[in-house]
Ligand binder design. Structure first.
Ligand code: FAD
Length: 386
């Protein structure tokens, strides 16, 4: 995938200020309510189009902002400080638009790009099924070739934005038993016959991701909406996965940084035994450990961003796996340490620590679980160190 050099520093600084104001006005006041009412805030996600955020990496000629990958991650960080689920939903819809902008036909761009950029429609990418997650090549959604196109049958599960999305990049098996070799991808229109939405899941949190599923019941798609033919679907799915792993790592860092700020501020004001609690070594060392690991996670993420921006997707596999593994393993203990420093007050919903903890759980699964990251690194050990 080709990456833009991005906005000028001045323009980007101005945009980040606007994103922060937008976040504090349109997201922060509602985050707790969304969780309590198990709401998928489709309208709030759509309203990000006011700043062009649904087209962050898309070129200006096609109606996007033309940001670089690193700039996109900075925007996602600002949003994740308040709600990583919101940022995750937004970027997932953005990614479908970006894919169509780069690789779609003129007809697909005409049909879907304006609505995706305006938030009128939301996008999803659907690999996972009820019986196939980490082992993506074992998907069983079946694509059967017909004269004018393809007939699709099967069920997708755990799909971001599936609560409302109607522009979906879905992966299906064209030859049972062929595993990766038979996987193709299709552009699915969720308003067409044969598309049946499954109710979103009741989760412990992160409802703003709008995670749900859908069934394809004899869904027909023309040849024109075959995105990647059999043999190319599997690698097409992996082509952008390093980017996703890197932004998930970055979002974890943003959640920890925001929590650390709240905790340090609290521990500097709250007193016990005649002094601010941050002056008790037993406590300040716990937060120092969080700060230390945050620096390491940021450095690993920065390395992955650098390699991705050099357009070397093969070389990005390992840095992205290192960044995501480290970030997802440190984020939960780090958030817990921040909560511990706030005593019982850390339990209050308004601290957002509970909201961030469930988002941290989510980070451990999406775009390749922590174990799959470890396995990626393990597979390169002999090449790297022998
Ligand atoms: C909020 C949310 C949003 C999501 N959004 C999307 C989306 O938009 N699109 C999409 O396609 N999917 C999405 N997913 C699904 C996600 O990609 C899967 O959860 C992930 O691939 C893991 O699959 P699984 O949950 O089925 O776990 P499984 O694959 O069943 O694994 C269960 C456990 O076993 C471990 N495990 C599996 N294989 C190995 C191995 N070889 N070695 C060691 N351990 C192993 C896993 O790490 C995990 O801990 C989403 C998930 C969540 C929670």
């Amino acid at each position: 995938m080709s990456h833009s050099n991005g906005l000028s520093e001045d323009k980007f600084t101005e945009l980040l200020t606007q994103v922060t104001e937008f976040r504090d006005r349109e997201i922060a006041p509602y985050v707790i309510d969304w969780e309590k009412t198990r709401t998928f805030p489709a309208n709030a996600i759509a309203s990000a189009h006011e700043l062009g955020l649904l087209g962050m990496e898309i070129s200006p000629e096609l109606g996007g902002l033309g940001m670089s990958f690193g700039q996109k991650l900075k925007v996602l960080d600002v949003l994740s400080e308040v709600s990583m689920p919101y940022a995750f939903s937004l970027v997932n819809s953005h990614n479908v638009a970006a894919r169509l902008a780069r690789h779609g036909t003129e007809d697909q761009k005409d049909r879907f790009l304006p609505d995706l950029l305006s938030g009128n429609k939301l996008g999803s990418t659907a690999l996972t099924e009820p019986d196939a997650g980490s082992d993506f090549s074992s998907i069983s959604t079946q694509a059967t070739r017909e004269q004018d196109g393809w007939r699709l049958n099967g069920e997708k599960a755990w799909i971001t934005n599936a609560a409302r999305s109607t522009v979906i990049v879905a992966y299906a098996q064209t030859e049972p038993g062929a595993r990766a070799r038979g996987i193709a991808s299709f552009l699915i229109d969720g308003t067409q016959e044969g598309f049946e939405r499954v109710a979103p899941y009741d989760l412990i949190g992160s409802h703003a991701i709008g995670t749900g599923g859908f069934r394809l019941n004899d869904y027909f798609t023309s040849h024109a909406d075959l995105l990647a033919p059999a043999g190319e679907g599997f690698s097409a799915a992996l082509a952008t996965i390093n980017e996703a792993r890197t932004y998930v790592a970055s979002m974890c860092c943003a959640m920890v940084e925001a929590s650390l700020r709240t905790s340090v501020d609290y521990a500097s004001k709250r007193e016990s035994f005649g002094r601010p609690i941050i002056e008790h070594q037993g406590l300040s060392w716990q937060l120092a450990r969080v700060a230390n690991q945050l620096e390491a996670a940021r450095a690993l993420t920065a390395k992955a961003i650098m390699v991705i921006e050099k357009e070397d997707s093969e070389a990005a596999i390992l840095p992205a796996a290192h960044a995501k593994k480290f970030a997802t393993e440190f984020v939960e203990p780090a958030l817990t340490a921040c909560a511990q420093a706030m005593g019982a007050n850390g339990l209050k919903e308004e601290s957002l620590l509970g909201h961030r903890l469930t988002a941290a759980r989510v980070a451990n699964y999406v775009d390749g679980s922590t174990e799959i990251m470890t396995d990626r690194i393990a597979k390169t050990l002999r090449n790297t160190y022998a």
